[in-house]
Design a protein around this ligand. Structure first.
Ligand code: ADP
Ligand code: MG
Length: 299
């Protein structure tokens, strides 16, 4: 039994013993170690008006819970995301002139103290710029911006981009692609952003080095299943449901925007994205994208 639900579940049984049927949610620990959400219905077993025992019906509702969380997240995202993307766009221009002028003053200044302050201003502007550009990715891409691309070359591109950063941290990125090409329909830059976010998180989770696996295979529904497996610090189970919420970060310098934006982009591409993690062992991120079958239809 999951300790967090122990008291509530025992209460439920106690009340059933008094003859009142009960319903409650609980969680039990699977023999493989992860937690399984369950719904319990406990009914008193009465013989001659006396409670002789308790009958408990247990239903696994883990999948239901996950879908519910996903829905809640995507509803929040559409509303807030569209607004944030709009505002971000407006902030971009004034920010560019601020940066331009600050750089100008910096290069013409002779005073060391001013230079130091300007340096701080410039790096703060860079951070705002970074956050703003993350927000801009939340805008739904227009249909016309969607095009056919090849998932495998997209991934190759991203891996090549991050390889040198990984090597510096003693990390090897290994790829396993079951197919040479996989046609998908989407906005390349946005999809690349998702893969960069995920691989970067994996790199940041492995301060002592290790291996990151990037795999692609096709499932029975002809979708592309992309898995990113790291051997990093992992995510504590109680924090997992909150990962992907805006500004939810466990890093000192994190923004907590990368995964939120990624979830939103994958959603816009009619895909699914899921994180599983074991603290101290590593994290697996699975992204599923539909195949683009236009070509096949035309044949
Ligand atoms: P950020 O990286 O700026 O913190 P993200 O949205 O990318 O924001 O990630 C949110 C949080 O999820 C991170 O702070 C980290 O705690 C956790 N996380 C994401 N990916 C991994 C991973 N591969 N391994 C461990 N923790 C991860
Ligand atoms: Mg990140």
């Amino acid at each position: 039994m999951d300790q967090r639900y122990l008291k509530q579940t025992l209460n439920c049984f106690e009340r059933t013993k008094e003859g009142i049927p009960q319903k409650c949610e609980s969680a039990i620990v699977h023999r493989e170690g992860h937690s399984v959400h369950v719904k319990l219905i406990s009914i008193p077993h009465m013989v001659h008006g006396k409670v002789q025992g308790v009958i408990v019906i247990v239903e696994d509702i883990t999948e239901f819970k996950e879908t519910e969380a996903l829905l809640r997240r995507s509803e929040k995202l559409t509303a807030v995301g569209e607004l944030a993307a709009g505002v971000a766009h407006e902030i971009r221009n004034p920010l560019t002139s601020l940066k331009g002028f600050a750089t100008l003053v910096y290069s013409s200044s002779e005073d060391d103290k001013s230079k130091e302050f300007l340096q701080i201003m410039l790096s703060e502007i860079d951070r705002i710029n970074f956050i703003v550009s993350e927000f801009m990715l939340l805008a739904k891409p227009q249909e016309k911006e969607f095009g056919e691309s090849d998932l495998i070359s997209l991934l190759q591109h991203v891996v090549a981009l991050l390889k040198s950063q990984a090597i510096l941290k003693n990390i090897v990125i290994r790829t396993q692609y079951e197919c040479d090409h996989f046609p998908i329909l989407g906005e390349e830059n946005q999809l690349k952003q998702v893969f960069v976010n995920v691989v970067k998180n994996a790199i940041e989770a492995m301060p002592d080095g290790g291996t990151i696996f990037v795999k692609v295979k096709e499932n029975e529904k002809k979708e592309a299943v992309i898995t990113f497996v790291d051997q990093g610090v992992g995510i504590p189970e109680h924090q997992l449901p909150r990962i992907g919420e805006p500004f939810y970060t466990l890093k000192e310098n994190g923004t907590g925007l990368g995964l939120m934006v990624s979830f939103s982009i994958i959603d816009n591409h009619n895909g699914r994205m899921r994180l599983t993690s074991v603290e101290g062992e590593g994290t697996t991120v699975e992204v599923i994208l539909p195949v683009y079958e236009n070509k096949l239809v035309n044949v």
